[in-house]
Design a protein around this ligand. Structure first.
Ligand SMILES: Cc1cc2nc3c(=O)[nH]c(=O)nc-3n(C[C@H](O)[C@H](O)[C@H](O)COP(=O)(O)O)c2cc1C
Length: 223
């Protein structure tokens, strides 16, 4: 409130208190959800936008297909919908708009930029990884999130247990990590879009490229 942050992103529980405070100075609240139940709660809390964190996203990803998730959220929410999860190219953004999203969120793609503070080994792992390397597990942070197999292996996580969902308790950590921030630094998160990432470029070049891809895709559709 002191800094009047124009857009505030919340996750893990939409709070009316937060939306009221941000709205009092004219700011906007966008809230992360992974299913319709939480979208309904966010709508009730008065958020301005809902971020549909679909299957395959980096970080605390959901498990619902993006086509289904966007429609389910639209059923209960009239505001701005932002689609997140596996988007890497301009044509992905056009497709998201076609299916009803207003805006898009790209996370993993921006880890591989020169401005990113991710270390080179993290960026190289993203270049080498494919979608099949992304493991959705609550083991690192207590809440299901996507991590690269190579990084989990390097950190010594028991891979057989991570793959057996039945043995996992949501909220339980297989390997206790007291410091959440330290966990995310040690084990590298990424989304399934890694398979489309083959380089490290500046944000400016990347945004220019995505714009070109978007315009080419739109022209192709209009032919
Ligand atoms: C390393 C990493 C850390 C993230 N941390 C957060 C976070 O603290 N808060 C949040 O709302 N989303 C976080 N995200 C999720 C992104 O905001 C975004 O929803 C996601 O990266 C989109 O999917 P994509 O990575 O497939 O593009 C994180 C994602 C990654 C890859």
């Amino acid at each position: 409130m002191k800094h009047q942050v124009p857009i505030v992103i919340t996750s893990l529980g939409a709070a009316t208190k937060v939306t009221e405070a941000v709205h009092s100075y004219g700011g906007l609240v966008f809230h992360d959800v992974t299913n319709q139940k939480h979208a309904r709660k966010a709508a009730e809390a008065g958020v301005d936008g809902i971020i549909a964190v679909s299957a395959g996203a980096g970080g605390h990803a959901g498990i619902i297909n993006p086509f289904v998730l966007v429609h389910e959220i639209r059923e209960v929410f009239e505001g701005v919908i932002l689609l997140a999860g596996g988007l890497s190219k301009g044509e992905d953004i056009l497709a998201a708009q076609a299916m009803g999203a207003d805006l898009c969120y790209l996370g993993t793609r921006f880890i591989n930029t020169t401005e990113s503070r991710a270390e080179a080994a993290y960026q190289n792992m993203i270049i080498e990884a494919v979608s099949g390397d992304i493991i959705h597990t609550p083991a690192v942070s207590g809440i299901p999130a996507n991590f690269m197999r190579q990084s989990l292996e390097a950190a010594g996580y028991p891979m057989d247990k991570l793959n057996q969902a039945g043995e996992l308790n949501y909220g339980d950590k297989l390997k206790p990590v007291d410091d959440e921030a330290k966990a995310w630094k040690t084990v590298w998160s990424a989304g399934q879009g890694v398979s489309q990432i083959t380089d490290v470029v500046s944000v400016s070049d990347l945004v220019g490229r995505i714009g070109d891809e978007y315009r080419r895709a739109r022209a192709r559709l209009c032919e």
